[in-house]
Design a protein. Structure first.
Length: 128
């Protein structure tokens, strides 16, 4: 099982494009368009469109904080949120930011029970 990434992006074409790219790099990716779908609540990390018209970023931020899930803002222009990734971006930049955030939050080491793996390197070896 790979890293579970959930994308909240109101541009379906862009969300599908990012999902496809990430799945080629062995990420498990789910595109979500509302918070009612509970599949997103066990994500390793969430990517949220900062100017999402469907799921307000502030609401997503509060939900992620309550679940202790790292959140990365994706946006077409600079925001006041950190960490953020500006569109357009390279997959390598996204992977690097995801790795940095997971290391910062220590999510990979503490979630090994859920994933059935035994640690950080076992979870990321196929991604980078």
């Amino acid at each position: 099982m790979g890293l579970k990434v959930v994308i909240f992006e109101d541009d379906k074409d862009f969300a599908d494009f990012i999902k496809d790219l990430m799945e080629r790099s062995h990420f498990d990716v789910i595109n979500c368009y509302n918070l009612k779908n509970s599949n997103w609540k066990d994500a390793d990390i969430v990517l949220g469109d900062f100017r999402n018209k469907i799921v307000p970023f502030k609401t997503l931020q509060i939900e992620c904080e309550s679940l202790d899930i790292p959140l990365i803002a994706i946006s077409g222009s600079d925001t006041d949120y950190s960490p953020q990734l500006l569109k357009p971006f390279q997959l390598e930049d996204l992977q690097s930011l995801i790795l940095n955030e997971l290391m910062r939050k220590n999510k990979l080491a503490t979630n090994s029970k859920r994933s059935g793996t035994t640690g950080f390197f076992a979870r990321i070896k196929n991604f980078f």
